[in-house]
Design a binder for this molecule. Structure first.
Ligand code: AMP
Length: 231
């Protein structure tokens, strides 16, 4: 799909189970909508861990167990990121991946956004069958500094074990092993229903279903173009 412009600012949250392809959809969307920016809470945390910051050390103890970081810490990290990168301005378009994950996080974010006169205006849940997700996770590798994701079956790196752009090593996420992943999936299912209800009540929730990112992507683009695209 060629690049497209947005007629009005898009402030999008992607919801979806771990492994549902939020990262992949994000990279594809950024190519179509080059003016949009994105951030993934998991990537910010993994960078903190890599940099051995005090938040990183603390976050690591939660992430390796498959538990969520306390709301207070994650909201502080993400809201600082939004402010520092000038996203709290009415004209900017952006996408959040992985945050908010709880209603409490959603409320704190909304409070901050509305005080800057901006609000999330689209929340899309990626609905992918669990069997597909489990298969994906086994084969997933990540380039931590960029957040680029590879899949040994569907999207392998050009050189085994190396990022295509920088040549730096790829790593397996410590929380992508079977036991920890099962816990993350369970936790997702528990938390997503109230979060979906929260956004449904604000009339911003949509769902796209499919087994592959090639099926999901055009549906997601259509949603965006219909509501936010250049007329
Ligand atoms: P992700 O890359 O989105 O799967 O996130 C990896 C891990 O980071 C999660 O399993 C959590 O431990 C932590 N994390 C990421 N985002 C959040 C969030 N919004 N709230 C709490 N913990 C988070």
């Amino acid at each position: 799909m060629s690049t497209s412009s947005l007629a009005k600012p898009l402030r999008l949250l992607l919801l979806g189970a771990p492994g549902s392809g939020k990262g992949t959809q994000t990279s594809r969307l950024l190519k179509v909508f080059p003016k949009m920016q994105s951030v993934a809470s998991g990537d910010l945390l993994r960078q903190q861990i890599k940099d051995k910051t005090s938040l990183g050390v603390l976050a690591s103890s939660y992430i390796t167990k498959g538990s969520l970081i306390p709301d207070e810490l994650i909201t502080k990290l993400l809201i600082s990121y939004l402010a520092e990168n000038c996203w709290l301005t009415p004209k900017s378009s952006w996408l959040l991946d992985g945050f908010p994950r709880t209603v409490n996080q959603g409320q704190i974010l909304d409070h901050k956004l509305s005080s800057s006169d901006v609000n999330l205006n689209l929340v899309v849940e990626l609905d992918v069958p669990e069997s597909v997700i489990l298969d994906r996770i086994e084969n997933r590798f990540v380039h931590v500094p960029s957040g680029r994701i590879y899949n040994l079956k569907y999207n392998p790196p050009k050189v085994p074990g190396r990022d295509d752009i920088t040549g730096e090593p790829l790593t397996k996420r410590p929380d992508d092993n079977v036991e920890v992943f099962a816990k993350r999936l369970q936790e997702y299912k528990r938390l997503v229903e109230p979060l979906k209800e929260y956004y449904a009540n604000k009339n911003v929730l949509k769902t796209v279903s499919g087994e592959t990112s090639d099926i999901i992507f055009p549906k997601l683009c259509d949603l965006i173009v219909n509501d936010f695209g250049a007329k």
